[in-house]
Design a protein around this ligand. Structure first.
Ligand code: CAA
Length: 250
């Protein structure tokens, strides 16, 4: 049997990571660059000042991905600079946690816009060209809470569950064109997002994780990099949990 292609077989391909300026997104960008890809991030305009202080080591565009036109412009500009996009990782996301009785319309819409509409807009920007070129990898970063729900996260869990519905549909449409579409569902990861949670609530949840710890962003990036590689050519429409055993399903 032939040797399997190395994970770095994707040499020279262009990858875009939405939310690539966040903790998980940055780890993904670095891993894809280490695997030989050209990688750029799209971050939120609200991050401008922070990014001016700590400039990332890959190209960045700022755009509100909840906005269709802003998303299309950002992708067009990155494509002009880096060439056709072969890999898209949708890692942009926010939380606006509240018990449902207290959740405002604005909290619902903000999360739907940033976590689900954004995926539609980003996929729109690349999917047709990927199909025409006969190759593509799309990985959507969902959450364990999209699989099991979470007290205080009706908006976030709905958006993350919706993301996998989009994954499975696009996977069916892309399969004959060499475009795979998969979901990675992280559990609780050590990031500013979890650091913003009430300490006692976070401690209780981590206590329920069979591995008794949060994930590191790099552990999510490794799963994503595999799905983006040539070695994962026959995996599509799948959901890969990376959650320390917090949620298991057949
Ligand atoms: N199940 C059942 N009851 C619960 C509960 C649960 N999981 N959690 C809390 N309650 C109960 C409490 O015991 C309390 O009951 P009493 O009033 O009888 O004492 C009541 O609900 C109120 O609870 P809170 O004090 O938590 O309510 P709050 O309104 O002050 O806070 C909240 C609401 C901020 C949403 C808080 O519950 C919370 O932080 N929940 C966790 C949300 C979460 O997991 N966010 C993840 C962020 S990171 C992320 O999203 C990344 C990822 O993909 C994992």
């Amino acid at each position: 049997m032939n040797e399997p292609a190395p994970l770095a077989a994707s040499q020279g391909r262009t990858a875009i990571v939405t939310g690539g300026t966040g903790a998980i997104g940055t780890a993904i960008c670095r891993r894809l660059v280490a695997n030989g890809m050209r990688c750029a991030a799209i971050g939120h305009p609200g991050e401008r000042e922070r990014l001016a202080q700590e400039a990332p080591d890959f190209p960045v565009r700022l755009a509100d991905l909840a906005d269709a036109t802003a998303t299309a412009d950002a992708f067009a500009s990155l494509q002009d600079e880096l060439g056709p996009i072969a890999v898209l990782v949708n890692a942009a996301g926010i939380t606006r946690d509240a018990r449902f009785v207290k959740m405002s319309d604005a909290q619902w819409r903000e999360v739907m816009g940033s976590n689900l509409d954004s995926v539609f807009h980003s996929c729109k920007a690349v999917f047709a060209t990927m199909c025409e070129r006969g190759f593509g990898r799309i990985v959507n970063i969902s959450s364990v809470n999209g699989q099991r729900g979470q007290f205080g996260q009706a908006n976030y869990a709905a958006a993350k569950a919706g993301m996998h519905g989009l994954t499975m549909s696009l996977a069916q449409e892309g399969a004959r064109h060499g475009v795979t579409v998969n979901t990675v569902a992280p559990g609780y990861v050590q990031t500013p997002m979890t650091a913003a949670m009430r300490a006692d609530v976070l401690e209780r949840i981590v206590g329920e994780v069979p591995m008794r710890r949060m994930a590191q962003p790099e552990e999510i990036a490794d799963a994503v990099a595999f799905l983006c590689s040539d070695r994962a050519a026959y995996i599509t429409g799948a959901l890969l949990p990376v959650n320390g055993g917090l949620h298991m399903s057949a």
